[in-house]
Design a protein. Structure first.
Length: 397
């Protein structure tokens, strides 16, 4: 009988995509769904010089190579060195991928044997699928709102086992908005060295940090270089989300293994997104500064609005484009809260359960001031209607 492989029959989608799809379907049905995006320029488009580079590449014949464009890898190496203090040789330590997401998948495929344990802090972005698909076993290091979702590496010591092979760090953390401090990064580094672990560091939101903060990259420490895989994304930091491009920087054996895997998946990546990315890296950068300044304003405005609704507690996000709000006042699972916010009030969100953060939902804090105001009003109405309804139904228990 024809059948699917066991590894996919039990595999759920990442949850984040399901939530985005629900919002898309609601819009397509004519529903008024608020646009609370979580990254990119106000228009959602990269600037003219980037789009022009893509258009030029589309007019040229091109033969691709799985190595990616050499000039793009050089520009990425220069960026990593200048902005993140990461030294990576463009010849054999950088791989351009179809988004950060593909880089995560390739790295897991290159590093994991069946039964290997992968430690990751939670709530966290959706890494579980990529871990499980390669036979890995996720081990969760809990973080809590009470200390700003900081990583407590003392707790990590209790979770280590001889099978632990990899520690995954989201830096900054989607969905909590936590930006690990230099001390936290150094504690993670010492932990990785002590237990001889690989460090996979997802820095997709590295540019989205507020109040003068800067991301501290484990890959910038000379002692950690040989065990660190740094992953960054063009979708977020350069508003190139229509182009699906990211990259990893890793020691040569990891990069080579990932490149071989990429050849089996993509053969090579398109010249159009790669030329757009090259223009974004090498062209004028004032637009990026403006975009990030707009995000700081957006975060401040939305968080100030949320602070006026004490039932929806949150830890002020230090980075990313998300507010991870407490929705326990609704007295129902976060999946149901996300459904009712979308269906009844046009507010798109992702249930906290998707990130192993039950009791919360993740909202983007982008959108115009007017849209943000509408979202805040909608949240107040939802709370007034549904927290009361639940109190009535359960007799206040
Ligand atoms: C933390 C994190 N990593 C990776 C990704 C995927 O990035 P990309 O669009 O470059 O594949 C996302 C997307 O939302 C993300 O939030």
């Amino acid at each position: 009988m024809t059948r699917l492989a066991a590894r996919v029959t039990g595999l759920a989608g990442p949850g984040t995509t399901a939530a985005a799809e629900a919002a898309r379907v609601a819009r397509a049905r004519g529903g008024a769904v608020l646009d609370l995006r979580s990254f990119g320029t106000v228009s959602g488009l990269p600037p003219e010089h980037v789009r022009e580079a893509a258009a030029r590449a589309a007019r040229e014949p091109s033969a691709g190579s799985s190595n990616g464009l050499p000039e793009l890898r050089e520009a990425i190496a220069a960026k990593l060195s200048k902005e993140n203090g990461i030294v990576a040789d463009p010849r054999d330590e950088i791989l351009v991928t179809a988004g950060a997401k593909e880089a995560i998948y390739l790295a897991m495929a290159a590093l994991l044997e069946p039964g290997d344990e992968v430690m990751l802090h939670v709530p966290n972005y959706v890494f579980d699928g990529a871990i499980r698909l390669h036979g890995g076993v996720p081990v969760h290091l809990e973080t809590a709102a009470t200390d700003g979702f900081a990583l407590r590496m003392d707790d990590a010591e209790r979770l280590i086992s001889p099978r632990t092979r990899l520690f995954v760090l989201c830096n900054p953390v989607n969905p909590t908005g936590h930006v690990p401090s230099r001390q936290e990064i150094e504690a993670i580094g010492r932990f990785a060295e002590r237990h001889d672990l690989w460090l996979l560091v997802d820095e997709s939101y590295e540019r989205y940090v507020f109040d003068g903060r800067a991301v501290c990259s484990p890959g910038s420490y000379a002692d950690l270089r040989s065990r660190t895989i740094t992953i960054q994304s063009f979708s977020k930091g350069y508003s190139l989300f229509a182009y699906r491009l990211g990259y990893l920087a890793a020691p040569p054996p990891v990069t080579q293994a990932c490149r071989r895997l990429l050849e089996w998946i993509d053969i090579y990546l398109g010249a159009v997104p790669q030329h757009a990315a090259l223009a974004a890296l090498t062209g004028p950068t004032g637009w990026i500064d403006e975009m990030l300044a707009a995000w700081q304003v957006s975060r401040d405005r939305f968080v100030t609005g949320l602070r006026a609704v004490p039932e929806l507690a949150l830890v002020t996000p230090e980075g990313t484009g998300f507010a991870f709000i407490d929705v326990t006042a609704f007295r129902r699972p976060s999946v149901e809260v996300a459904d009712l916010l979308l269906d009844g009030y046009g507010v798109p969100s992702v249930p906290g359960s998707v990130f192993h953060g039950e009791g919360r939902v993740r909202l983007g804090f982008g959108g115009t001031p007017q849209v943000q105001q509408q979202a805040l009003h909608a949240l107040r109405r939802a709370l007034a209607q549904h927290s009361d309804e639940m109190v009535r139904r359960t007799g206040g228990s």
